[in-house]
Design a protein around this ligand. Sequence first.
Ligand code: COA
Length: 179
Amino acid sequence: MTAHDPTTITIPTLATERLILRGWKPADIDPYAAMNADPEMMRHEGGTFGQAATFRLVAELIGLWPLRGCGMWALELRETGEFIGRAGLYEGWDWPGIEAAWTVRRDQWGRGLATEAAAAAIEWGWENLAADHLVSVITPENVASRRVAEKLGFRMTGRGDVGPWKDQALYRLDRPTAG
Ligand SMILES: CC(C)(COP(=O)(O)OP(=O)(O)OC[C@H]1O[C@@H](n2cnc3c(N)ncnc32)[C@H](O)[C@@H]1OP(=O)(O)O)[C@@H](O)C(=O)NCCC(=O)NCCS
């Protein structure tokens, strides 16, 4: 039994200082596929893939919202309206918990955008989900992503396999206590 109604759920829209976190649009497929085709973007993500696989991935990311009551948002840069990535709360099949996750287009790296987006997603999660903690699963060599996790307050709990991902750095963030 889940707290949400899967037949009526809509993806909420969140605004931060520089970003809009919103539901996915058909027009996101091309710019997202370009990110997924960039070897530097995908170095720690199992390699590049093309438009058809991007389409399937977006369908999964949208589909997780009614199935899980949370999911990944598309990221839009407020200044230009461009799609520049994704962030949110991912819980795939047999996942070790609700994972805070982030990906930002390469020309926007180092501006704090992943941290800004994830912080908004996490705040939404504490307000709307019953979970007492979130997880993050990061390839150990992905120092930028590990830094994002640390800036958000995650602590590393060990290493382990998650789905097809072997020997990952496992992080945890506990729900803040009230007051
Ligand atoms: C990981 C990723 C989302 C970070 O996005 P971002 O918007 O640049 O992140 P932020 O700017 O919020 O923070 C990045 C931090 O990592 C640090 N960093 C980046 N590269 C680094 C490196 N090679 N060594 C050490 N620190 C590094 C930055 O300095 C920054 O920390 P700081 O604020 O203390 O200076 C982005 O690199 C990305 O999309 N990578 C490809 C996809 C991916 O790996 N996603 C995560 C899967 S777990």
